[in-house]
Design a protein around this ligand. Structure first.
Ligand code: C2E
Ligand code: CA
Ligand code: CA
Length: 643
């Protein structure tokens, strides 16, 4: 008598797994596909097993034919489980053969399974694997052992495979995979000695559940909104490609105006847009010979990853078509969205050496602006920039220790007074190895590591020292604008530190104006609000920097004690367009109605200057007047202008 209760339980568990996979939309990517295949094979095996057992037990009636059929089907599906599991492991480690002998390798891999299938077919006449005896009992024949031998071959192969790639996984995932296999082996041994117990399928179902939770991690790998694979999945795949030096061809698509569109649309509309892009990208993957997967990397970035065997001409062709199609307006409810695409073709790890650098490179792409033509990573990738990024923590540490930071000053012109009345303090870093490193590169890194707090102090100290000097008094400046990072604004000790500095150099709180960015204030943090209000009560004034680049929450802006709004350079650059005229005019009016002054940043031409003067903006800053200058040059510049 055989029991099938465990099989029924196994079936239930696997059906639940199937439902989870369906709702988490885990169909994309080799890893997910092989997991799904594994699950399907296991479900069919279990169903066949239940059918066979019920016939054996006489729970249902069937002829000899259906009894042979049910047992054959069970063995047929069951023997496929281990090789499919190995395929899943190969997908996890990206170690499936490509190139020269790939078909030979594939043939060798499937050979043992093919042998079992031939034996099963022959069993129909030879009855040497199993048979149903005269009493109607199921009996294993002498060849049945082949089934176990081949399972053992595959299991040993799979174990070696998983064991050899432990470096590719984090310990948790690797252990989960390893214990999954161990679980199965124990169950197989038990069933070998006690065939009536039927523990195997149940053990298999639990192993699958375990792997789904610990290895697949659906929430990390699939973006529920678009159904695409996530940045985490992308990073994992790239790390594997890097470690195994397996070439991948990538088409990366970035929405360069993401910040602006992000501010314009609601969350729901953004999901619609994301899904739209996903759909377009998915449909283009069909043009490839090899299978391709689409990833949603966040921040308006998407990637198609194609196998190395795909001819490069195809990849470039698809990239071009995508660049064209995504440049067209996109229908959204009753309006249109317009992406400004930047499309780049990357061969990894040929063009870019490692996965970390690749991710930085992709994040950086939108800063290159919109591309008319597809660009190639091999043409634009500059190793140095990424060398700096990898070393940045040490570079900053060294710069702090050896006092390498210098503050430069960019004069700001007062339209009413027709002379320079303020200046912005901008930090400069000169590194012995890399020369000048732009703040756009090191400030975000310093914010991440927390070094920004010390850097901020260095800047403030240099500025306070300058303000307290005799030469500063001759310049007739009202105050100096100092940039404060979000991280500084959220620091508990911020107000104390700043007030201490003012005391140390005997300067007034009105000698400094603090610039905070729009993205920072929209976060609405309690500590930040408290810091800003405390400083304001001490007499410090605030400017809102980079107005027009982020999400302009006017309620939030109006609730902060701001005296100046700085209109960002990107708005100034667009100011020549007829369509922007009204927007800019109204923006200026609105700021004035709120009783704030306006600084226009990044003014480079006389035309821009006149345009903003005629709009009655209060201050102008930009290369038109001067670049940021070292302190001594700045002093000379102002004294020259005054005379
Ligand atoms: P920001 O605060 O928006 O500073 C203005 C940036 O625009 C400066 O770049 C300035 O050199 C540049 N700029 C000014 N006029 C023109 C122009 O006419 N044309 C062009 N093309 N550019 C112009 P910089 O110095 O490279 O600084 C970049 C950013 O780094 C700053 O943007 C600011 O966010 C950050 N930063 C600079 N110094 C500090 C600092 O001391 N502390 C903090 N937290 N951030 C800083
Ligand atoms: Ca600024
Ligand atoms: Ca700015």
């Amino acid at each position: 008598m055989k029991f099938f209760y465990l099989d029924i339980s196994a079936l239930l568990v696997m059906i639940i797994l199937f439902i989870v996979i369906y709702f988490k939309r885990m169909f994309r990517g080799d890893i997910n596909r092989y997991f799904l295949l594994l699950l399907c094979v296991s479900i069919l095996t279990t169903i066949a097993d239940i059918w066979a057992i019920m016939l054996d037990n006489g729970d249902i009636t069937g002829g000899l034919m259906s009894r042979y059929l049910s047992h054959s089907l069970y063995l047929f599906m069951h023997s496929a489980t281990t090789p499919v599991f190995i395929l899943y492991c190969t997908a996890l480690t990206d170690s499936w053969g490509t190139g020269k002998h790939k078909y030979v390798k594939k043939a060798i891999f499937w050979l043992p399974l093919a042998v079992i299938y031939v034996l099963l077919l022959l069993n129909a006449t030879l009855h040497n694997m199993f048979y149903i005896d005269e009493a109607g009992k199921y009996v294993r024949g002498p060849v049945f052992i082949a089934f176990y031998i081949i399972a053992v071959i595959y299991i040993v192969y799979g174990l070696l495979k998983v064991f050899s790639c432990w470096r590719i996984f984090d310990l948790g995932r690797w252990l989960a995979l390893f214990s999954g296999i161990g679980f199965m082996v124990i169950a197989m041994v038990i069933q070998f000695f006690y065939p009536g117990l039927r523990v195997e399928m149940f053990a298999g179902a639990l192993a699958l559940l375990f792997i789904l939770m610990m290895v697949q991690k659906p929430e990390e790998m699939i973006d529920i909104e678009t159904g695409l694979l996530t940045l985490t999945a992308f990073k994992n795949l790239m790390i594997r490609s890097e470690k195994r030096n397996k070439l991948k061809k990538l088409i990366v698509f970035s929405v360069t105006n993401y910040q602006k569109t992000h501010a314009k649309y609601t969350y729901e509309q953004e999901i619609v847009l994301g899904r739209g892009i996903a759909q377009i990208m998915n449909s283009y993957t069909e043009l490839f010979k090899e299978r391709a997967d689409v990833y949603h990397l966040g921040g308006g970035r998407f990637a198609i990853v194609v196998k190395a065997d795909e001819p490069s001409v195809n990849v470039v062709k698809v990239a071009k078509q995508l660049n064209e199609i995504l440049d067209k307006p996109f229908a959204l409810e009753n309006t249109e969205a317009h992406f400004e695409p930047n499309t780049c073709v990357i061969q990894f790890p040929k063009d870019i050496p490692d996965a970390d650098t690749l991710v930085h490179f992709i994040e950086d792409l939108s800063s290159n602006g919109k591309t008319e033509e597809v660009i190639f990573a091999r043409d634009i990738f500059k190793q140095e920039r990424y060398d700096i990024l990898t070393e940045i923590d040490d570079i900053l540490e060294d710069a702090i220790k050896n006092k390498k930071f210098k503050v430069y000053y960019q004069p700001i012109y007062s339209v009413d007074e027709k002379c320079f009345r303020t200046a912005e303090a901008l930090i400069r870093l000169y590194d012995d190895k890399y020369g000048f490193i732009p703040p756009s590169l090191f400030i975000p890194a310093a914010e991440r590591s927390g070094a920004i707090l010390r850097i901020g102090e260095i800047v403030l100290e240099q500025v306070c020292e300058f303000i307290s000097s005799e030469e500063y008094k001759k310049l007739g400046l009202h105050y100096i604008e100092v940039n404060l990072s979000v991280v500084q604004c959220m620091d508990d000790g911020m107000v104390g530190n700043i007030m201490e500095m003012f005391d140390k150099y005997h300067i007034r709180t009105t000698d400094i104006n603090i610039e905070i960015t729009e993205t920072a204030v929209s976060d609405g943090q309690e500590i930040m609000d408290r810091n800003i209000n405390d400083l304001f009560n001490e007499g410090v004034c605030f400017s809102l920097d980079d107005f027009g680049t982020g999400y302009s929450n006017m309620h939030r802006i109006a609730s902060l004690p701001l005296s100046i709004i700085k209109i960002d350079k990107s708005i100034v650059d667009d100011a020549g367009k007829a369509s922007m005229q009204i927007v800019i005019e109204n923006t200026v009016k609105m700021i004035k109605a709120l009783g704030m002054k306006i600084v226009v940043e990044g003014v480079e031409t006389e035309r821009q200057l006149n345009q903003f003067i005629s709009l009655r903006c209060d201050y102008i800053q930009g290369y038109y007047f001067s670049k940021p200058l070292p302190k001594e040059e700045f002093v000379t510049f102002l004294l020259d202008k005054a005379s």
